[in-house]
Design a protein. Sequence first.
Length: 218
Amino acid sequence: MKVIQNLVPTSKYNIKCPYPMTPEFIVVHNTANDASARNEVAYMIRNDNKVSFHYAVDDKEIVQGIPENRNAWHAGDGSNGPGNRKGLSIEICYSKSGGQRFIEAEKLAAKFIAFKLKEKGWDTDRVKKHQDFSGKNCPHRTLDMGWQRFLNMVQAELNALKGADKVEDKNTPSSWAKEAWEWAKKEGITDGTRPKDTMTREEMVTMLHRYHKKVFPK
Ligand SMILES: [Zn+2]
């Protein structure tokens, strides 16, 4: 997925992301604001508050502000809290006024979160809300509209990504068959499609016939 990077300069690591981190889950937020993802990240980087987050997502773009291997200050659970020290934070934009922009931002966030889950081999049980860590009513609009509804959106996107993999698998020969498959393609025995399909008697005879003509040309 396309992610725009506007990473905090290392000179500000002590304020924004002082600790190395190996993320263990995702923490979802709403910005409670009407700024775009670019502006949210630019503002986060510009000020000197101990407030930070890894990604902001609006209706059009995903913008990253903190590298994934650094912590961020977003969960309100203190300097040693699991949210702040192990959570990959994602802010969904335009939650203050809501409307179509927010709907679209949530959709893109669900896609992006599914992409991250697949990348890391995680399931939707790794998707947490800010509220889980500090009790804050965040992601406020996503919660109002239904948390389970949002998790279902993420799950649907994740299923679609996994389904796309299966289609690809079906069009790729197994590793043990790869050499023979490539040979048969090169020799014109098969056109190289549908490696996992079963064959009919006429297909088998056609392949034999092609091979025979190669070995005993007229
Ligand atoms: Zn939050």
